[in-house]
Write a protein that binds this ligand. Structure first.
Ligand code: C5P
Length: 223
């Protein structure tokens, strides 16, 4: 019996992370935050001062990345890179930015593919990313694509950062989001586009609760 997967793709700042965590929690399924794998590689690249033009070294680093995910009893995931807990470091804008710079390299995506596949375990998986429905879990029974206009996403990101005590201008966040959207959706390999069979939900005017309700509805109909 195949292990069911729900893919939830979309641009940065759309609320995928929160939504996916809630869907996984409600279903009691595993959760893959695929962005954190790209971010972990990005962090390693920054820490080791690897030249981003040195593709061979980037690919080698992707292949040998010492990365582990441990789910605690309270459901939180501890991410270790080279034995060090890096959850906080992975969330930085610098890390996200570096991730989107190295993510277009096909051999890097290939090297990280198998690590993502490994998350597909019983009783099921909720996969969060950019190409979960188009590349990594192509035969998933339910594919969702979340969108929201860039202004709304910048506002959400701003609120999230403010709660963490980080003060950034909305304008700077908007510019960053637009630059990242452009890179992610125009790259040749696994660009950010909804799968042909994805259910697209525009969340611009929806609360997390409303988005969750729509997805759970789709789960009942499709999984
Ligand atoms: O989702 P998150 O912001 O953590 O992802 C960081 C970056 O990693 C994205 O901007 C994207 O370039 C890359 N990424 C990707 N494919 C995924 C997940 C993330 O290319 N499945």
């Amino acid at each position: 019996q195949p292990i069911p997967v729900i893919t939830i793709d979309g641009p940065s700042g759309v609320g995928k992370g929160t939504t996916c965590a809630l869907v996984a929690e409600q279903l009691g399924w595993h959760l893959l935050d695929s962005g954190s794998i790209y971010r972990a590689l990005a962090l390693k690249v920054m820490k080791a001062s690897i030249d981003t033009k040195d593709e061979a070294l980037l690919i080698e680093t992707a292949k040998s990345l010492q990365l582990s995910f441990t789910v605690a009893d309270d459901g939180t995931t501890q991410i270790k890179l080279d034995g060090e807990v890096v959850n906080e470091q992975l969330r930085s804008e610098a890390c996200g930015d570096m991730a989107s710079k190295i993510a277009p390299i096909p051999a890097i995506r290939q090297a990280l593919f198998i690590r993502q596949k490994a998350f597909q375990r019983h009783p099921g998986l909720v996969a969060d990313g950019r190409d979960m429905g188009t590349v990594v879990f192509k035969s998933a029974p339910l594919k969702v694509f979340l969108t929201a206009n860039a202004e709304e996403r910048a506002k959400r990101r701003h609120k999230q950062l403010k709660l963490k005590g980080v003060d950034v201008k909305i304008r700077a966040l908007l510019e960053d989001i637009e630059a990242r959207d452009f890179r992610d959706s125009t790259r040749k390999v696994a660009p950010l586009v909804p799968a042909a069979d994805a259910h697209v939900i525009d969340t611009s005017d929806l609360s997390i609760k409303q988005v969750l309700a729509q997805i759970m509805n789709l789960v009942e109909q499709n999984v």
